[in-house]
Design a binder for this molecule. Structure first.
Ligand code: AMP
Ligand code: TRP
Length: 350
Protein backbone atom coordinates (compact mmCIF):
# COMPACT_ATOMS: atom_id res chain seq x y z
CA UNK A 1 0.00 0.00 0.00
CA UNK A 2 3.04 2.23 0.12
CA UNK A 3 3.26 4.95 -2.50
CA UNK A 4 5.45 3.93 -5.43
CA UNK A 5 6.98 6.25 -7.97
CA UNK A 6 4.79 6.47 -11.02
CA UNK A 7 4.62 8.85 -13.96
CA UNK A 8 1.33 10.11 -15.43
CA UNK A 9 0.71 12.66 -18.15
CA UNK A 10 -1.98 13.59 -20.63
CA UNK A 11 -2.38 15.28 -23.98
CA UNK A 12 -5.68 16.63 -25.30
CA UNK A 13 -6.97 15.30 -28.63
CA UNK A 14 -7.83 18.72 -30.00
CA UNK A 15 -5.90 18.45 -33.27
CA UNK A 16 -2.71 20.06 -34.60
CA UNK A 17 -0.16 18.32 -32.37
CA UNK A 18 2.91 20.51 -32.76
CA UNK A 19 6.59 20.86 -32.04
CA UNK A 20 5.80 22.44 -28.63
CA UNK A 21 3.86 19.34 -27.57
CA UNK A 22 6.71 17.20 -28.82
CA UNK A 23 9.62 19.05 -27.17
CA UNK A 24 7.73 20.23 -24.08
CA UNK A 25 6.05 16.95 -23.28
CA UNK A 26 6.36 13.90 -25.53
CA UNK A 27 10.18 13.80 -25.63
CA UNK A 28 10.15 13.64 -21.84
CA UNK A 29 7.46 10.95 -21.85
CA UNK A 30 9.76 8.81 -23.98
CA UNK A 31 12.77 9.37 -21.75
CA UNK A 32 10.97 8.61 -18.49
CA UNK A 33 10.15 5.11 -19.73
CA UNK A 34 13.73 4.13 -18.88
CA UNK A 35 13.38 4.92 -15.19
CA UNK A 36 9.69 4.78 -14.25
CA UNK A 37 6.42 2.99 -14.73
CA UNK A 38 4.53 5.38 -16.97
CA UNK A 39 0.90 6.00 -17.83
CA UNK A 40 0.19 8.21 -20.85
CA UNK A 41 -3.36 9.27 -21.47
CA UNK A 42 -5.22 10.89 -24.33
CA UNK A 43 -7.50 13.17 -22.31
CA UNK A 44 -10.64 13.12 -24.42
CA UNK A 45 -12.88 14.32 -21.57
CA UNK A 46 -10.76 17.45 -21.30
CA UNK A 47 -11.17 18.07 -25.01
CA UNK A 48 -14.93 18.50 -24.50
CA UNK A 49 -14.51 21.46 -22.16
CA UNK A 50 -14.29 24.05 -24.93
CA UNK A 51 -16.80 24.85 -27.66
CA UNK A 52 -17.47 22.32 -30.40
CA UNK A 53 -15.66 24.71 -32.76
CA UNK A 54 -12.50 23.89 -30.79
CA UNK A 55 -12.79 20.12 -30.48
CA UNK A 56 -14.42 19.75 -33.85
CA UNK A 57 -17.32 17.38 -33.15
CA UNK A 58 -17.60 13.60 -32.77
CA UNK A 59 -15.80 12.45 -35.93
CA UNK A 60 -12.88 14.82 -35.32
CA UNK A 61 -12.62 13.79 -31.68
CA UNK A 62 -12.33 10.13 -32.66
CA UNK A 63 -9.79 10.95 -35.36
CA UNK A 64 -7.73 13.19 -33.07
CA UNK A 65 -7.74 10.64 -30.26
CA UNK A 66 -6.23 8.07 -32.62
CA UNK A 67 -3.78 10.64 -33.93
CA UNK A 68 -2.42 11.53 -30.48
CA UNK A 69 -2.11 7.81 -29.72
CA UNK A 70 -0.21 7.36 -32.98
CA UNK A 71 2.08 10.28 -32.09
CA UNK A 72 2.90 8.71 -28.72
CA UNK A 73 3.84 5.45 -30.35
CA UNK A 74 5.63 6.96 -33.33
CA UNK A 75 7.72 9.07 -30.93
CA UNK A 76 8.86 5.95 -29.11
CA UNK A 77 6.42 5.21 -26.29
CA UNK A 78 6.13 1.46 -25.80
CA UNK A 79 2.48 0.56 -25.08
CA UNK A 80 3.45 -2.94 -24.00
CA UNK A 81 5.86 -1.92 -21.26
CA UNK A 82 3.87 1.17 -20.24
CA UNK A 83 0.21 2.15 -20.37
CA UNK A 84 -1.35 4.16 -23.21
CA UNK A 85 -5.13 4.73 -23.26
CA UNK A 86 -7.89 7.31 -23.59
CA UNK A 87 -9.35 8.87 -20.48
CA UNK A 88 -13.07 8.25 -21.06
CA UNK A 89 -12.57 4.47 -21.04
CA UNK A 90 -11.68 4.51 -17.34
CA UNK A 91 -14.62 5.84 -15.34
CA UNK A 92 -12.49 6.45 -12.24
CA UNK A 93 -11.25 9.75 -13.68
CA UNK A 94 -14.69 11.36 -13.79
CA UNK A 95 -15.76 9.72 -10.54
CA UNK A 96 -12.73 10.90 -8.57
CA UNK A 97 -13.14 14.36 -10.13
CA UNK A 98 -16.56 14.58 -8.43
CA UNK A 99 -15.09 13.66 -5.06
CA UNK A 100 -12.33 16.22 -5.59
CA UNK A 101 -14.92 18.84 -6.55
CA UNK A 102 -15.98 18.63 -2.94
CA UNK A 103 -12.39 19.10 -1.74
CA UNK A 104 -11.22 21.88 -4.09
CA UNK A 105 -12.30 25.41 -3.18
CA UNK A 106 -13.95 27.90 -5.54
CA UNK A 107 -11.28 30.43 -4.58
CA UNK A 108 -8.57 28.10 -5.86
CA UNK A 109 -10.23 27.64 -9.23
CA UNK A 110 -10.86 31.37 -9.55
CA UNK A 111 -7.11 31.90 -9.65
CA UNK A 112 -6.47 29.61 -12.64
CA UNK A 113 -5.00 31.69 -15.44
CA UNK A 114 -5.70 29.11 -18.16
CA UNK A 115 -9.43 29.34 -17.46
CA UNK A 116 -9.28 33.10 -17.79
CA UNK A 117 -7.38 32.84 -21.07
CA UNK A 118 -9.59 30.17 -22.57
CA UNK A 119 -12.89 31.63 -21.35
CA UNK A 120 -11.91 35.04 -22.71
CA UNK A 121 -14.26 37.97 -22.28
CA UNK A 122 -17.47 35.96 -22.37
CA UNK A 123 -16.88 34.12 -19.12
CA UNK A 124 -20.59 33.66 -18.39
CA UNK A 125 -20.80 31.51 -21.47
CA UNK A 126 -17.84 29.21 -20.68
CA UNK A 127 -18.77 25.61 -19.87
CA UNK A 128 -18.78 24.46 -16.26
CA UNK A 129 -16.38 21.78 -17.50
CA UNK A 130 -13.83 24.38 -18.56
CA UNK A 131 -13.95 25.87 -15.06
CA UNK A 132 -13.62 22.42 -13.50
CA UNK A 133 -10.88 21.30 -15.91
CA UNK A 134 -8.05 21.46 -13.32
CA UNK A 135 -10.01 19.27 -10.89
CA UNK A 136 -10.42 16.57 -13.54
CA UNK A 137 -6.70 16.90 -14.21
CA UNK A 138 -5.95 16.31 -10.51
CA UNK A 139 -8.18 13.24 -10.65
CA UNK A 140 -6.34 11.95 -13.75
CA UNK A 141 -3.07 12.01 -11.87
CA UNK A 142 -4.25 10.92 -8.45
CA UNK A 143 -6.51 8.07 -9.53
CA UNK A 144 -3.16 6.36 -10.22
CA UNK A 145 -1.54 7.98 -7.19
CA UNK A 146 1.12 9.15 -9.64
CA UNK A 147 4.12 10.92 -8.16
CA UNK A 148 5.69 12.58 -11.22
CA UNK A 149 4.02 14.52 -14.01
CA UNK A 150 5.99 15.62 -17.07
CA UNK A 151 4.37 18.71 -18.63
CA UNK A 152 5.23 21.94 -20.39
CA UNK A 153 5.62 25.19 -18.46
CA UNK A 154 1.99 26.22 -19.08
CA UNK A 155 0.70 23.44 -16.80
CA UNK A 156 2.62 24.48 -13.70
CA UNK A 157 -0.30 26.18 -12.00
CA UNK A 158 -2.58 23.20 -12.62
CA UNK A 159 -0.03 20.91 -11.00
CA UNK A 160 0.07 23.15 -7.94
CA UNK A 161 -3.70 22.81 -7.69
CA UNK A 162 -3.38 19.02 -7.86
CA UNK A 163 -0.96 19.16 -4.96
CA UNK A 164 -3.33 21.38 -2.98
CA UNK A 165 -6.19 18.95 -3.55
CA UNK A 166 -4.08 15.94 -2.50
CA UNK A 167 -2.88 17.78 0.59
CA UNK A 168 -6.34 18.93 1.66
CA UNK A 169 -7.76 15.46 1.16
CA UNK A 170 -4.98 13.95 3.29
CA UNK A 171 -5.48 16.61 5.98
CA UNK A 172 -9.27 16.51 6.07
CA UNK A 173 -9.46 12.72 6.22
CA UNK A 174 -6.19 11.94 8.01
CA UNK A 175 -7.80 9.89 10.79
CA UNK A 176 -9.83 7.82 8.39
CA UNK A 177 -6.79 7.36 6.15
CA UNK A 178 -4.85 6.03 9.14
CA UNK A 179 -7.65 3.74 10.19
CA UNK A 180 -7.61 2.25 6.70
CA UNK A 181 -4.04 1.11 7.09
CA UNK A 182 -2.02 4.08 5.83
CA UNK A 183 -0.20 4.71 9.06
CA UNK A 184 1.45 7.94 8.00
CA UNK A 185 -1.97 9.48 7.32
CA UNK A 186 -1.15 10.06 3.65
CA UNK A 187 -3.23 8.48 0.92
CA UNK A 188 -2.56 10.70 -2.08
CA UNK A 189 1.02 11.66 -2.90
CA UNK A 190 1.69 15.31 -3.76
CA UNK A 191 2.50 14.95 -7.46
CA UNK A 192 5.66 16.65 -8.63
CA UNK A 193 5.72 18.50 -11.93
CA UNK A 194 8.63 17.59 -14.19
CA UNK A 195 9.05 20.71 -16.26
CA UNK A 196 12.36 19.75 -17.74
CA UNK A 197 13.94 18.95 -21.03
CA UNK A 198 15.24 21.01 -23.83
CA UNK A 199 12.27 23.29 -24.50
CA UNK A 200 9.54 23.67 -21.88
CA UNK A 201 8.00 26.61 -23.72
CA UNK A 202 8.25 26.66 -27.50
CA UNK A 203 7.03 29.93 -28.99
CA UNK A 204 5.03 30.75 -32.11
CA UNK A 205 6.99 31.06 -35.36
CA UNK A 206 5.06 34.25 -36.14
CA UNK A 207 5.47 35.95 -32.75
CA UNK A 208 8.25 35.05 -30.32
CA UNK A 209 6.27 36.35 -27.35
CA UNK A 210 3.31 33.99 -27.86
CA UNK A 211 3.43 30.29 -27.10
CA UNK A 212 3.13 27.82 -29.98
CA UNK A 213 -0.44 26.60 -29.75
CA UNK A 214 -2.84 24.14 -31.35
CA UNK A 215 -5.49 26.82 -31.53
CA UNK A 216 -3.52 29.61 -33.24
CA UNK A 217 -5.48 30.65 -36.34
CA UNK A 218 -2.29 30.73 -38.42
CA UNK A 219 -0.95 27.30 -39.36
CA UNK A 220 2.36 29.03 -40.13
CA UNK A 221 2.75 29.76 -36.41
CA UNK A 222 3.51 26.12 -35.63
CA UNK A 223 5.19 23.03 -37.00
CA UNK A 224 2.68 20.21 -36.83
CA UNK A 225 3.88 16.68 -36.20
CA UNK A 226 2.08 15.68 -39.39
CA UNK A 227 3.75 18.31 -41.61
CA UNK A 228 5.78 16.98 -44.53
CA UNK A 229 9.32 18.12 -45.32
CA UNK A 230 8.24 20.83 -47.78
CA UNK A 231 5.75 22.31 -45.36
CA UNK A 232 8.33 22.35 -42.56
CA UNK A 233 10.83 24.09 -44.86
CA UNK A 234 8.28 26.69 -45.92
CA UNK A 235 7.19 27.47 -42.38
CA UNK A 236 10.76 27.86 -41.12
CA UNK A 237 11.73 30.08 -44.06
CA UNK A 238 8.71 32.28 -43.33
CA UNK A 239 9.37 32.33 -39.58
CA UNK A 240 9.68 35.83 -38.15
CA UNK A 241 13.21 37.02 -37.38
CA UNK A 242 14.92 40.36 -36.91
CA UNK A 243 17.44 42.10 -39.22
CA UNK A 244 20.53 41.55 -37.02
CA UNK A 245 22.91 38.61 -37.51
CA UNK A 246 22.73 35.89 -34.82
CA UNK A 247 24.62 36.79 -31.63
CA UNK A 248 27.71 34.88 -30.58
CA UNK A 249 26.77 34.72 -26.89
CA UNK A 250 23.58 33.31 -25.35
CA UNK A 251 22.86 36.54 -23.46
CA UNK A 252 22.61 38.27 -26.82
CA UNK A 253 19.38 36.28 -27.39
CA UNK A 254 17.60 37.78 -24.40
CA UNK A 255 16.06 40.84 -26.06
CA UNK A 256 15.35 38.90 -29.27
CA UNK A 257 12.46 36.48 -28.67
CA UNK A 258 12.24 35.15 -32.24
CA UNK A 259 15.97 34.45 -32.50
CA UNK A 260 15.94 32.90 -29.03
CA UNK A 261 13.06 30.62 -29.99
CA UNK A 262 14.63 29.37 -33.23
CA UNK A 263 17.99 28.77 -31.59
CA UNK A 264 16.19 26.99 -28.73
CA UNK A 265 14.33 24.75 -31.17
CA UNK A 266 17.55 23.88 -32.98
CA UNK A 267 19.33 23.13 -29.70
CA UNK A 268 16.48 20.96 -28.45
CA UNK A 269 16.20 18.95 -31.67
CA UNK A 270 19.95 18.51 -32.08
CA UNK A 271 20.48 17.69 -28.41
CA UNK A 272 23.03 20.45 -27.84
CA UNK A 273 23.09 23.70 -25.81
CA UNK A 274 22.05 27.07 -27.24
CA UNK A 275 25.62 28.25 -26.71
CA UNK A 276 26.87 25.40 -28.90
CA UNK A 277 24.42 26.43 -31.63
CA UNK A 278 25.72 30.00 -31.45
CA UNK A 279 29.27 28.76 -31.70
CA UNK A 280 28.38 27.36 -35.11
CA UNK A 281 25.98 30.05 -36.35
CA UNK A 282 26.72 33.20 -34.29
CA UNK A 283 27.65 36.21 -36.42
CA UNK A 284 25.97 34.67 -39.47
CA UNK A 285 22.72 35.56 -41.22
CA UNK A 286 19.41 33.88 -40.45
CA UNK A 287 19.10 32.43 -43.93
CA UNK A 288 21.91 29.89 -43.56
CA UNK A 289 20.88 29.09 -39.99
CA UNK A 290 17.32 28.49 -41.17
CA UNK A 291 18.53 26.02 -43.80
CA UNK A 292 20.31 24.04 -41.10
CA UNK A 293 17.23 24.27 -38.87
CA UNK A 294 15.06 22.84 -41.66
CA UNK A 295 17.49 19.93 -41.91
CA UNK A 296 17.38 19.00 -38.20
CA UNK A 297 13.63 19.50 -38.06
CA UNK A 298 12.99 17.27 -41.05
CA UNK A 299 15.50 14.66 -39.84
CA UNK A 300 13.75 14.40 -36.45
CA UNK A 301 10.12 14.88 -37.43
CA UNK A 302 9.73 13.23 -40.83
CA UNK A 303 10.15 9.67 -39.48
CA UNK A 304 7.58 10.40 -36.77
CA UNK A 305 5.12 11.83 -39.30
CA UNK A 306 5.62 8.76 -41.50
CA UNK A 307 5.00 6.35 -38.66
CA UNK A 308 1.94 8.32 -37.50
CA UNK A 309 0.49 8.12 -40.98
CA UNK A 310 1.03 4.38 -41.08
CA UNK A 311 -0.61 3.92 -37.67
CA UNK A 312 -3.70 6.07 -38.26
CA UNK A 313 -4.31 4.17 -41.48
CA UNK A 314 -5.10 1.17 -39.27
CA UNK A 315 -7.63 2.48 -36.71
CA UNK A 316 -8.46 -1.05 -35.54
CA UNK A 317 -4.89 -1.51 -34.40
CA UNK A 318 -4.79 1.87 -32.61
CA UNK A 319 -8.10 1.13 -30.89
CA UNK A 320 -6.81 -2.23 -29.69
CA UNK A 321 -3.81 -0.49 -28.10
CA UNK A 322 -6.19 1.91 -26.32
CA UNK A 323 -8.43 -0.94 -25.15
CA UNK A 324 -5.55 -2.91 -23.79
CA UNK A 325 -4.13 0.16 -22.04
CA UNK A 326 -7.52 1.00 -20.55
CA UNK A 327 -7.88 -2.53 -19.17
CA UNK A 328 -4.58 -2.18 -17.36
CA UNK A 329 -5.24 1.38 -16.21
CA UNK A 330 -8.66 0.39 -14.85
CA UNK A 331 -7.12 -2.16 -12.48
CA UNK A 332 -5.12 0.59 -10.77
CA UNK A 333 -7.90 3.21 -10.89
CA UNK A 334 -10.50 0.81 -9.46
CA UNK A 335 -8.27 0.05 -6.51
CA UNK A 336 -7.88 3.78 -5.78
CA UNK A 337 -11.64 4.32 -6.05
CA UNK A 338 -12.33 1.50 -3.60
CA UNK A 339 -9.86 2.87 -1.07
CA UNK A 340 -11.07 6.45 -1.54
CA UNK A 341 -14.70 5.45 -1.02
CA UNK A 342 -13.75 3.57 2.13
CA UNK A 343 -11.83 6.57 3.43
CA UNK A 344 -14.84 8.83 2.78
CA UNK A 345 -17.35 6.39 4.28
CA UNK A 346 -19.22 5.76 1.03
CA UNK A 347 -20.76 2.28 1.15
CA UNK A 348 -19.70 0.24 -1.87
CA UNK A 349 -20.75 -3.09 -3.28
CA UNK A 350 -18.83 -6.00 -1.84
P1 AMP B 1 -2.13 20.20 -24.74
O1 AMP B 1 -1.96 20.29 -26.20
O2 AMP B 1 -2.63 21.47 -24.16
O3 AMP B 1 -2.88 19.00 -24.29
O4 AMP B 1 -0.66 20.03 -24.17
C1 AMP B 1 0.03 18.80 -24.12
C2 AMP B 1 1.38 18.98 -23.49
O5 AMP B 1 2.22 19.81 -24.32
C3 AMP B 1 1.36 19.67 -22.12
O6 AMP B 1 2.31 19.06 -21.26
C4 AMP B 1 1.75 21.09 -22.42
O7 AMP B 1 2.35 21.73 -21.31
C5 AMP B 1 2.74 20.89 -23.55
N1 AMP B 1 2.81 22.08 -24.42
C6 AMP B 1 1.79 22.65 -25.12
N2 AMP B 1 2.20 23.73 -25.81
C7 AMP B 1 3.54 23.85 -25.55
C8 AMP B 1 4.56 24.76 -25.99
N3 AMP B 1 4.28 25.76 -26.84
N4 AMP B 1 5.82 24.57 -25.52
C9 AMP B 1 6.11 23.56 -24.66
N5 AMP B 1 5.20 22.66 -24.22
C10 AMP B 1 3.93 22.80 -24.66
N1 TRP C 1 -4.07 20.02 -19.05
C1 TRP C 1 -3.07 19.34 -19.83
C2 TRP C 1 -2.74 20.20 -21.05
O1 TRP C 1 -3.54 20.93 -21.55
C3 TRP C 1 -3.51 17.98 -20.26
C4 TRP C 1 -3.77 17.10 -19.08
C5 TRP C 1 -4.97 16.64 -18.64
C6 TRP C 1 -2.78 16.58 -18.21
N2 TRP C 1 -4.80 15.84 -17.55
C7 TRP C 1 -3.48 15.78 -17.25
C8 TRP C 1 -1.40 16.70 -18.15
C9 TRP C 1 -2.80 15.15 -16.22
C10 TRP C 1 -0.74 16.06 -17.10
C11 TRP C 1 -1.44 15.29 -16.15
O2 TRP C 1 -1.69 20.11 -21.54
Amino acid sequence: MAIVERVFSGVQPTGNLHLGNYLGAIVNFVKLQETHNCIYCVVDLHALTQGIDVWGGPAELTRNTREVTAAFIAAGIDPKKHIVFNQSQVTGHAELAWLFNCVARVGWLNRMTQFKEKAGKDRENASVGLYDYPVLMAADILVYRATHVPVGEDQKQHLELSRDIAQKFNNDFGDSIRSHGHNEGIYFPLPEPLITGPATRVMSLRDGTKKMSKSDASDNSRINLTDDADTIAQKIRKAKTDPEPLPTEEKGLEPRPEADNLVGIYAALAGVTKQAVLQDFGGGQFSSFKNALVDVCVAKLAPIAGEMKRLVADPGHVDSILNEGANRARVIADETMRATKDILGLIRQR
